[in-house]
Design a protein around this ligand. Structure first.
Ligand SMILES: Cc1cc2nc3c(=O)[nH]c(=O)nc-3n(C[C@H](O)[C@H](O)[C@H](O)COP(=O)(O)O)c2cc1C
Length: 241
C-alpha cells in the first residue's frame, strides 16, 4: 500500500480526524493551481505526489506544510537554486555494481536518504509520526524525529525498525531540554540534530490567515498542546542562541 493509501485507510477508522485530514479540494485555493492528476495515471514524481496531496489534504494542513515564511521569497530562491544544480554525466564507466551505501556517525546505511525533521504529522494521519516511522522503516530510511512531533519520541522509536535520530529545538526551559535529550537517547535515537535557525517564531502569513481554522494538536515531547502559528515553535518565546 502506498503511503497515501495507508493514510487514507488509517483516517477511515478515526472519523473525527478524517474530516479534518481530508478536507475538501474546493477549499484549497493555493498552488499547485487547478492541475489534477488523471485518475488513470500512477504518481511517478514529486510534483505528481504534490498534486495528490493537495487534493487530499484539508486547507489548514496544506497551508502549513506547503508554506514558507512571510512573502516566501526565500522559498522561491531555494527552489530556483535547486534547479541550477547540474549533474555531470560520466559515460563509459562500469555501472554494473552501483553501491549507494554510506556510513554516517558509525551507522551503516543502504543509501543516504533521511527524512528531514518535520512537525505535526497528525495533520495528515491520525497516527501521526508513528505512521511516518513505519513508512521510513519500509524504505530503509533514517527518520529524524522532530521535537514538535504529535507522538512521543518513545512511541515513534518503538514503531521504527530502522535507526532514528532526534531533532532538538532548545527550549527556554533548559531542564526540560535536558530531559528531552535523555528521553530521546533512552528511546534509542542514535544522533542529535540541533536546529539553530529558530530563535523566535517567524512570520507565517498563510498560517496566520487560517485564524480559527487552525486545529489543536498534542506535543507530548513538550507536554503541550498548540495550534495556529504556535505549531512551529512551542517554547520559543525568547531568543535561544
Ligand atoms: C512542514 C514542515 C515542518 C518542519 N518542521 C521542522 C521541525 O519540526 N524541526 C526542524 O528542525 N525542521 C523542520 N522543518 C525544516 C525541514 O526539516 C527542512 O530543513 C526544510 O524543509 C528544508 O528542506 P527541504 O528543502 O527538503 O524542504 C520543517 C519543514 C516543513 C516544510
Amino acid at each position: 500500500m502506498s503511503a497515501l493509501g495507508a493514510a487514507a485507510a488509517a483516517t477511515s477508522t478515526f472519523p473525527a480526524l478524517r474530516a479534518f485530514a481530508q478536507g475538501s479540494p474546493s477549499t484549497t485555493p493555493s498552488s499547485p493551481s487547478a492541475k489534477k492528476l488523471s485518475p488513470l495515471r500512477e504518481p511517478v514524481s514529486v510534483p505528481d505526489y504534490e498534486l495528490l496531496a493537495h487534493e487530499r489534504m484539508s486547507h489548514p494542513a496544506w497551508e502549513y506544510i506547503n508554506s514558507g515564511s512571510a512573502d516566501e521569497v526565500t522559498l522561491r530562491w531555494n527552489r530556483e537554486a535547486l534547479t541550477r544544480i547540474r549533474l555531470k554525466p560520466r559515460v563509459m564507466v562500469d555501472v554494473s555494481q552501483v553501491d549507494t551505501r554510506i556510513k554516517l556517525f558509525d551507522q551503516e546505511m543502504p543509501h543516504p536518504i533521511l527524512l528531514a525533521p518535520t512537525s505535526t504529522h497528525m495533520l495528515v494521519n491520525p497516527e501521526g509520526e508513528v505512521a511516518t516511522a513505519r513508512g521510513a522503516s519500509a524504505a530503509d530510511a533514517v527518520m529524524v524525529i522532530s521535537t514538535v512531533s504529535n507522538r512521543a519520541v518513545e512511541d515513534i522509536t518503538r514503531a521504527s525498525t530502522r535507526p532514528t535520530w532526534f531533532q532538538l529545538y532548545v527550549q527556554d526551559d533548559r531542564a526540560l531540554t535536558k530531559d528531552l535529550v535523555l528521553r530521546a537517547q533512552a528511546a534509542g535515537c542514535r544522533a542529535l540534530c540541533i536546529t539553530v535557525d529558530l530563535p523566535i517564531v517567524y512570520a507565517r502569513d498563510r498560517e496566520a490567515h487560517l485564524g480559527k481554522e487552525a486545529p489543536q494538536f498534542p506535543y507530548p515531547n513538550l507536554n503541550e498542546r498548540h495550534s495556529g502559528t504556535n505549531w512551529r515553535g512551542p517554547g520559543h518565546s525568547q531568543p535561544q542562541v
